[in-house]
Design a protein around this ligand. Structure first.
Ligand SMILES: Nc1ncnc2c1ncn2[C@@H]1O[C@H](COP(=O)(O)OP(=O)(O)OP(=O)(O)O)[C@@H](O)[C@H]1O
Length: 265
């Protein structure tokens, strides 16, 4: 079942065409890592899917044209974790996570028991329960990131779009998050996450989509996408490639034109 269908998406920012005809289908059960160098257009692609950046082409979400969905209906279909981790309001962590349930609540109604359960579960998953009563603006950068991820998880939409979700997280919480996203996919959900850590992307994603200069240049299983040649031509790096437990392993070593001593492909 296709949850997201993007066809010939084009977007321009500051007079430059940033997305140059991107087409992508994401099915239930997929954990897609959207990778590519800085400025490739990854965030713009997520924002265009959400209707936050003007674009041409078509976006279909769970069988319905995205343009026909109002903001609430869209938020029931897509959880979004933006790249910016600013928290504007001095509310408690628990209240902030609970905002994730807002698209599910009829106007002026209180949260139901199942909303409360979703909030508790999301907080437990991201291990933010211990600071439930603290003011969210006063947390550390990584703690704020975990709270915002918990809010996106509480939203409980079938599609999660996450922009650099592991940024600012310590290694244990990065792995926790990748496990959670892999778990969402295994339960039949879909995740598209912009990632710069190719090691995490290779290990946990079921599929990688490599964007470069506004175009998809590779799309497939991690070991098909992360080849020595693509790493050189798109990222300008040499990397050690291998496999652990049958999954692709990537360790960036040096710039492609740099001298890499003692390592042979
Ligand atoms: N508001 C804007 N006005 C003008 N140009 C913009 C704007 N936002 C983004 N861009 C440009 O569009 C291009 C794509 O940006 P985008 O943020 O989508 O890239 P990205 O792949 O997410 O990069 P990164 O990995 O650095 O986050 C970049 O060249 C960027 O400078």
């Amino acid at each position: 079942m296709t949850i997201l269908d993007v066809a010939d998406l084009r977007a321009s920012l500051g007079g430059q065409e940033v997305l140059k005809g991107v087409s992508l289908r994401v099915g239930a059960g997929e954990f897609v890592g959207l990778i590519g160098p800085n400025g490739a257009g990854k965030s713009t692609l997520l924002r265009a899917v959400l209707g936050l950046t003007r674009s041409t082409g078509t976006v279909t979400i769970d069988g319905r044209a995205a343009r026909e969905l109002n903001a609430r209906a869209r938020a029931r279909k897509i959880s979004y974790l933006p790249q910016e981790r600013e928290i504007a309001w001095p509310v408690s962590v628990e209240r902030l996570v609970a905002l994730g349930r807002a698209p599910h609540l009829p106007p002026f109604s209180r949260r139901s028991a199942s909303d409360d359960a979703a909030v508790r579960e999301a907080m437990a998953r991201m291990e933010v329960g211990e600071f439930a009563d603290r003011e969210a603006t006063k947390l550390s950068g990584g703690e704020k990131a975990r709270v915002l991820i918990a809010r996106a998880l509480a939203q409980g939409a079938p599609l999660m779009l996450a922009d650099e979700p592991t940024a600012g997280l310590d290694p244990a919480h990065q792995i926790t998050l990748m496990r959670i996203f892999a778990g969402l996919a295994q339960e039949g959900g879909s995740v598209v996450a912009c990632l710069h850590d190719l090691g995490l992307a290779a290990r946990w994603c079921t599929r990688l989509v490599l964007l470069d200069k506004g175009r998809i240049v590779a799309d497939g299983a991690p070991d098909e996408v992360l080849t020595a040649q693509t790493l050189r031509s798109v990222y300008n790096i040499e990397a050690h490639l291998g496999s652990i437990d049958g999954r692709q392993m990537v360790y960036p070593l040096d710039l492609a034109e740099g001298v890499v001593r003692g390592v042979r492909e």
